[in-house]
Ligand binder design. Structure first.
Ligand SMILES: [Zn+2]
Length: 99
């Protein structure tokens, strides 16, 4: 580790995933690397990616059903429906309960 790496401290805590600036209390820190923090939104995204990877490694009926949900989510997001004023709010609320 170089001196520059040891002393590097961003003035405002940033998410190492999306690059957004957050309060330090709004970041989730990695256990072995506490210098790395991700925002709650990115932590949820990473959890979904991890579950997707787990499903790919262990195929099952449930995994296939979750893959269908992910494909539908991808199409909805691709079309921008999640950003529509009324329908988008409903879709985002439903998404909270989906895998
Ligand atoms: Zn983030």
């Amino acid at each position: 580790m170089t001196v520059a790496e040891e002393t590097f401290q961003p003035s405002v805590p940033v998410c190492w995933c999306c690059g957004g600036e957050f309060d330090d209390r709004d970041l989730v820190r990695l256990g072995a690397h506490p210098e790395v923090g991700v925002c709650v939104g990115c932590a949820k995204y990473l959890q979904r990616r991890a579950a997707e990877r787990e499903d790919e490694l262990r195929p099952s009926r449930g995994a296939r059903a979750r893959a269908v949900v992910r494909r539908v989510r991808g199409r909805v997001v691709g079309r921008g429906w999640h950003e529509l004023p009324v329908v988008g709010r409903v879709l985002r609320r439903i998404d909270k309960y989906l895998p």
